[in-house]
Design a protein around this ligand. Structure first.
Ligand code: SF4
Length: 292
C-alpha cells in the first residue's frame, strides 16, 4: 500500500483497509497533537485513490471495512465523498462499513440532509476528537471549537443515523485545570448522546507544541495518581440516560487503568475500579508500557 507520511486510525479500525483521500488535517493547530505537523493539508488525486483501491483488491480476497484517512476526511464535499464511496463499492463490493475522522467544524458545515446522504451511502462511523468538555481547556489547547459546537456536531451526527465515536483526553487540563476538565467532560458526555465514547490519557511527543509548554513550565502534567483522581471525578459526573446508552472505552495503550463497558449500566463498576486503583497505585500501568 502507498501512504504519504504517518497514517493514523482509531483503535477500532485496526482491521480496516486504510485509504488516504486527503493528506493531513485542515486545522493542524491542536497543541497536544503532533500527527500531521510535517504534512500540509491536501486533497488527494482521485486517480491515486482508485489505484489504491485496486491495490487492495489485488492483495486481499476480502475487505469488510474501509477507513478514509487522514485527519478530517469529512471536510471533502459530499459529491467527492460519494464519488470515492462509489469507487469503493465498485472495486471492493463486499465492503460493509465505511468510516472517517471529522472535526466538529467539518460536521457543522454539512447539512442534516448531507449527513443522511452519507449514511445512505454506507458511512457508519464518524470519529470526532472532543478532547475536553471545558471551554477553558479547549481554548488553551487551540481546539478551534467550543463545547457547544462539539455537542451540536455530535448530536447532528447521531440524528443522521451515523454513529459518533467521540474521544476525550485525561490530563489535558494539567494541574491548573484538572478539576474543571473532569467535571465539564463528565457533564458533556452526559449531554451529547454519542453512541461511543473513548477516553485516552495525555502522552506528548516532542513535536507537539504542548511539549514545549511542559518544558518551560507553563503546562504542568498530572502524575499517574492525579490522572486516576481526575478520571474518577469525570466518571462521577457522567449521567447518561437509560434511553441513550453509550459504549465506553478507556482501554487505550496510553491509559493507566483499563475501563471497558457500557454506560449507564457499568458506571458503578467503573467507579469501583477507579477507587481501587487510586488506593492501590501498584495496579496502574507502568509508565514504560504506555504508548500512543
Ligand atoms: S487533534 Fe485532530 S483536529 Fe487537532 S490538529 Fe490533530 S488531527 Fe487536527
Amino acid at each position: 500500500m502507498r501512504y504519504k507520511g504517518s497514517v493514523y486510525r482509531p483503535p477500532s479500525e485496526a482491521r480496516s483497509y486504510l485509504v488516504q483521500v486527503t493528506y493531513g488535517c485542515t486545522h493542524n493547530k491542536c497543541k497536544f497533537c503532533s500527527m500531521y505537523r510535517d504534512k500540509p493539508f491536501k486533497i488527494r488525486e482521485m486517480s491515486e485513490i482508485v489505484e489504491d483501491l485496486h491495490m487492495a483488491r489485488s492483495y486481499f480476497s476480502r475487505v469488510d471495512r474501509v477507513f478514509l484517512c487522514d485527519g478530517d476526511a469529512l471536510i471533502l464535499s459530499n459529491d467527492r465523498l460519494k464519488e470515492i464511496i462509489g469507487h469503493v463499492y465498485k472495486i471492493l463490493p463486499e465492503v460493509q462499513r465505511i468510516s472517517m475522522y471529522g472535526s466538529p467544524k467539518d460536521v457543522l458545515l454539512k447539512s442534516h440532509e448531507e449527513l443522511v446522504e452519507l449514511r445512505e451511502h454506507g458511512v457508519e462511523f464518524i470519529y470526532i476528537g472532543a478532547e475536553s468538555g471545558s471551554d477553558k481547556v479547549l481554548a488553551n489547547i487551540e481546539k478551534g471549537a467550543t463545547r457547544a459546537e462539539i455537542i451540536e456536531a455530535v448530536k447532528k451526527i447521531e440524528a443522521s443515523g451515523i454513529k459518533a465515536s467521540v474521544t476525550f483526553i485525561s490530563g489535558l487540563g494539567g494541574k491548573d485545570n484538572w478539576r474543571e476538565h473532569a467535571i465539564e467532560t463528565g457533564t458533556m458526555i452526559s449531554e451529547m448522546g454519542a453512541s461511543y465514547v473513548g477516553v485516552l490519557t495525555l502522552l506528548l511527543e516532542e513535536t507537539a507544541p504542548l511539549y514545549q509548554d511542559v518544558l518551560d513550565g507553563t503546562f504542568k502534567l498530572l502524575s499517574a495518581e492525579e490522572v486516576v483522581h481526575e478520571t474518577l471525578l469525570m466518571m462521577e459526573n457522567i449521567n447518561v440516560s437509560e434511553d441513550s446508552p453509550c459504549v465506553f472505552r478507556s482501554n487505550h495503550a496510553s491509559n493507566y487503568v483499563s475501563l471497558r463497558g457500557d454506560l449507564p449500566k457499568d458506571k458503578e463498576k467503573f467507579l469501583k475500579q477507579l477507587k481501587t486503583a487510586s488506593e492501590n497505585l501498584h495496579l496502574l500501568k507502568d509508565e514504560r508500557f504506555r504508548a500512543l
